[in-house]
Design a protein around this ligand. Structure first.
Ligand SMILES: Nc1ncnc2c1ncn2[C@@H]1O[C@H](COP(=O)(O)OP(=O)(O)OP(=O)(O)O)[C@@H](O)[C@H]1O
Ligand SMILES: [Mg+2]
Length: 247
């Protein structure tokens, strides 16, 4: 569904990503690990098409279409959706209006908001004065309305308290499971996702298929996400970097 080939990206003349290769198959949930400043958010924002990221080499394919040159709104129309790590405040725009526009009028903002306990936030300006956890739930509400095919989730659990994490985790699982298909041993989710996580808490709710570790703007290794998380918890990112050097 998503294929990133040899992607090199600059911002203001500084290279943030170098020769990145990464794939998310249809119905798969992949995870992106990496230390602070590795370029994880830059990668996600480049996939979504934010204009400050200049692609100097490589391609982004979505459903086999080359979307490298497409603006963000065209990518959203094709089924890409993002939950940002730090979304902006939008003064003068009520959350319910944004949710209504995102859902193209198909879904009722009140019904969507109730599932996330956000019904009392609908008349407030988007993110203005919201707490860290409320911002995450507001982002999730907008995504639920948009109903994308590929979810880009940048640290969905950060700042979310231990009780609300269950609500956020369960909502993400339900969104990704929509249209679940189990023809044989393996069930295929209706939706695909790329999730950035430091703690791995979200993986208690959403089973991940493949993990990637990004360091210094480059994918260092990929593999079983739970084993990778275990390894990172025990030894940090060192082992991954070592194995890259040995290759
Ligand atoms: N507009 C910009 N101009 C200059 N440098 C930038 C810009 N945007 C990002 N960077 C730098 O690129 C690097 C990667 O940033 P990014 O936000 O992608 O990291 P990250 O892996 O998401 O880290 P974290 O885990 O802390 O969220 C950082 O050193 C950051 O300061
Ligand atoms: Mg980040």
């Amino acid at each position: 569904m998503l294929k990133i080939e040899d992607l090199t990206v600059e911002v203001n003349g500084k290279t943030l990503l170098r020769d990145v290769n990464l794939e998310v198959k249809k119905g798969y949930t992949n995870v992106l690990f990496g230390p602070n400043g590795a370029g994880k958010t830059a990668l996600m924002r480049t996939i979504m098409g934010f204009s400050e990221y200049k692609i100097v080499k490589g391609h982004i394919l979505f459903n086999e279409e080359d979307i490298t040159g497409l603006p963000v709104d065209e990518r959203a129309r094709r089924g890409l959706g993002i939950m940002m790590q730090r979304p902006p405040d939008m003064s003068g725009i009520k959350l319910k209006d944004l949710v209504r526009v995102a859902s193209k009028g198909k879904k009722n903002p009140e019904t969507l908001a109730e599932d996330l306990g956000m019904e009392h936030f609908l008349d407030r300006d988007v993110n203005v004065g919201f707490s860290g956890g409320e911002i995450k739930r507001s982002e999730l509400l907008q995504l639920a309305a948009q109903d994308p095919d590929l979810y880009l989730l940048d640290e969905p659990e950060s700042g979310v308290d231990l009780v609300s994490i269950e609500q956020v985790g369960t909502t993400i699982k339900e969104l990704l499971d929509e249209g679940l298909n189990c023809p044989g041993e393996r069930c295929e989710r209706g939706k695909s996702a790329l999730i950035i996580t430091h703690t791995g808490r979200i993986l208690d709710y959403v089973k991940a298929d493949r993990g990637y570790i990004l360091c210094n703007g480059t994918v260092m290794c990929s593999g079983n996400p739970m084993k990778m998380l275990d390894e990172i918890k025990k030894k940090g990112y060192e082992e991954c970097i070592k194995c890259r050097l040995m290759m």
